[in-house]
Design a protein around this ligand. Sequence first.
Ligand code: ADP
Ligand code: MG
Length: 573
Amino acid sequence: MSRGEAGPLTRFGIPLVVAGAAILVGYMLSVGLDGYFVYLGMSAIVAGIALLGLGVVTGSAGMVSLCQLTFAAVGAWVVSWLNRIEAPGGFLLWLLCGGVAAGLVGVLVGLPALRLRGINLAVVTLGLAAAADLTLVQIQFPGTVDGISVERPDAFSDDRNYFLLGIIVLTACCLLVHFLRRSRWGSGWQSVAFSERGTAAAGASVRTSKLSAFAVSAALGGVAGGLLTGQVGLAFPASFTAMQSLALYVLAVMSGVHLIDMAIFGAILWVAVPELLKRWGVPQDWGFVVFGLLGTHALVTGGNLGVAVRELVRKRSKTAAGVELTSAVDDVEVLPPGEPVLVVRDLSVSFGEVKALSHVDLEVPSNGVLGVIGPNGAGKSTLVDILTGFLPQATGSVELDGRSLNGQSPTKRARAGLRRTFQQDRVPSGLTVGSYVRFVARRRLTSAEIDEALEFFGCPPARTPLRSVDVGARRLVEVVGHLLAKPKVLLLDEPAAGLPHEEHVAFGARLRQVPARFGVSVLLIEHDLDLVRSVCDRITVLDFGQVLASGPQAEVLANPAVLKAYMGETEML
Ligand code: ADP
Ligand code: MG
């Protein structure tokens, strides 16, 4: 276990023990606290659940959402309505219904997020919050006009017991978020926040990642709203204004609420700041100004409290983990290349006047490593983009194992067994090496399998946070993840670019064993001719978007036209 990930006992045991302790503390507080503080505490619990939701959609998935309290209003509305019609099941079931209803609304609100980002998404969500604000004032919550208070469960009917119920619900929500963040969904959220292209390249759906984040976030908002309704009896629009949603978002950004403890801390601030202002005789609305200032500070400095505190604690191990490839390799097993597994015909694409690729033909043999070389700007990365579906406007045909991929999305192509890595870093820093590899591999893997593959490529151990892995090693972790997905073909876009030269050759020795070891054929784009020479049986040379030469290594590298085009460039490097 020293190299690998945490065992199941640690993974499930520790959160459950912490949850038990939290409920115990909650019980003691519910008995011991002064009545007024019980009321304040309940308000903090409600805010905490709403903030946990923001931690998912904004903190993890990186999307702006300025209508969290609108989702809370949906929850409150459903609970009030079910209470009014005296629906069977009682408060706890109504609360659940409120969460589900808000989650569904969250999916609807998430739909624009499939196309919009940043300021545009902010405008849409804030607009929605404002519209909901006005509507609620018009229609009011069910039961408000007739004064029909929401009925709490019998066992939690007085304020102290209801506070304990709040603690239990909050703890359950924390556990839910904790485990979801460690699931495929959670990895998808982190991935989509960092790079939508990287997410699709891992065969994950960008759409599902975004919508699930909105749904979970909104459902938590809905639960918060429902719980608030039980606390106050009658819900009022004033609790769910757009202004408050905005302030909550700012608080979320400032405290870094993708971290569960920071969501709790944020919730305490949410209640404590206005309370302190009140005691000092300052109007409570100034609380928004305080949050605004703190939030502006967080945005300007690009940091938040949660991350800052954690970095302070971890100061000791600040050095970035890198690649450790020794040159020694065990017996090199190399299979003879077989029939073509990836067949590419007549590929062309233009960017305005620039013909980035024209009429390119190419074949990747099964069990083989095809090298694609060419000067900067020759169209190599463009080739990978077209093959993996990122440039749908391109013409030509792509066949994988006899099946046409034409017209398929990047996600579909990845799932069909055509994987790629990127020339730029697309590895989300919020995950650990192991969870990222699992996410990219998209299949059940034992820890031993992961450890072995990581070790083979000299990568840092599975439990290392990617944040503390240097860029060269991160790109090899990306390679490992895709190899463990067992695709038919893996396209590598200059995978060794972040490594020192000595390690290129060591990396090449491992790459050469990939077809035999992982059952994956490789198309390798590479600048370093030594690496290409040591790894590739066949080479295709691109120049100005056209195939200059293609064939067995020795033949191609002796071709005078190739020497002229390619060597000229390397001399300039
Ligand atoms: P390589 O990977 O071989 O260095 P690229 O495939 O990145 O080359 O680029 C090939 C050519 O296409 C270059 O001239 C580049 O400027 C152009 N190009 C690539 N992507 C785009 C784009 N999205 N828009 C416009 N031009 C592009
Ligand atoms: Mg390139």
